[in-house]
Design a protein around this ligand. Sequence first.
Ligand SMILES: NC(=O)c1ccc[n+]([C@@H]2O[C@H](COP(=O)([O-])OP(=O)(O)OC[C@H]3O[C@@H](n4cnc5c(N)ncnc54)[C@H](O)[C@@H]3O)[C@@H](O)[C@H]2O)c1
Ligand SMILES: [Zn+2]
Length: 368
Amino acid sequence: VPSFDLSVTPLPLSTRYYCSCGILGPGPKEETLADLLIKAQLASPFFVVSNPRVGELYGEAVRNSLDSRGLPYFYVEVPDGERYKSLYWARRLIEHMIHAGLHRGSTVIALGGGVISDLAGLAAATYMRGIPHACIATTLLAQVDASIGGKVAVDHRQAKNIMGTFHHPRLIISDPEVTRTLEPRQWSSGFAEIIKSAAIASTSLFETLEEHSLHYYQENYASLEEIVFKVARIKSSIVMEDPFEKGVRAHLNFGHTLGHALESATSYRRFLHGEAVAIGMRGAIMIAWELGFGNAAMASRMDRLLSSYCLPLSIRRVDDEKVMAALRLDKKRGLHQARFVLLRDLGEPFVTDEVPESLIRQVLKRLR
Ligand SMILES: NC(=O)c1ccc[n+]([C@@H]2O[C@H](COP(=O)([O-])OP(=O)(O)OC[C@H]3O[C@@H](n4cnc5c(N)ncnc54)[C@H](O)[C@@H]3O)[C@@H](O)[C@H]2O)c1
Ligand SMILES: [Zn+2]
């Protein structure tokens, strides 16, 4: 199975990332899920956390694999949805872990998308001051983004990801074929993060994406596997360079300043994360242009790319004042102003706190 290691000094342990079609499928395989867990020296009992939707689709594959090697495990589900990524549900998980008698050697396995990996990851990070965990990432977004980098968190009703810490999984397993069962909008949302990584770090990947479209990858899982692997590596190398987001890791927030503000201004109901990021990337390119960076070709290439991955380009019916208020509250903002990641060109991101409010307002109007 193709893999690479992500190790973050000063942490003594590293994360192994595996990406291969079919790991969760029914067919024969070189290495099974259980083999990979054993190879990573992760100890049982395993504590598998999923939700009813993912559990119904892939829970059995995971349980069968563990059973086949006689590995003991507990299996629990939390309800499906961002609103269950809460302190309440983290505590419920921890209560289960206590009753199961999990000890420092046990391993939590998050089976699901970013909601499950953030929630189960936070439970693993805090239980007995931290026990190992692994992620079986089942959404495109989790395979290329949420499972990687060690950020784990839960939300408060008034603030997303407000309670969290860094706790790197020891193992990440991505089977791109499981994205077959994702809703179409979830696919696009994952591609927004893929496009983001290409825009900040790989012009050649950006060009590859331009040659194809969402439709192509939905039918060519071998090509999707290559893309997922590449993007996972991009994020990993940025994280390795800057594990605690003191410098270059901030580049991963390209499109996110405006994106988060749009999500928050619409109470997280209107846009999927990647959809808001898509609009945010367009906005950031417009802002850069007005400040004298970038070029007209970059803007039109981004627009074309977002369209061919079925991502939205505009925002109708969004209250600009709410967006501006959310920008002021953004936890990643600079001292006085919102902090933006802009592009000098494809592959050349930089961070700035110097975007005037008047320009942001102007761009919001143009995004309509
Ligand atoms: N920790 C990080 O670095 C990081 C980075 C990005 C996002 N996140 C977090 O990730 C979350 C979003 O993650 P997400 O987009 O994966 O959403 P999600 O976990 O809510 O999954 C989206 C939906 O798809 C379903 N699903 C998952 N896998 C499926 C499959 N294979 N087939 C069919 N349905 C499936 C889920 O049950 C859910 O209904 C947010 O909470 C965000 O804050 C974290
Ligand atoms: Zn994101």
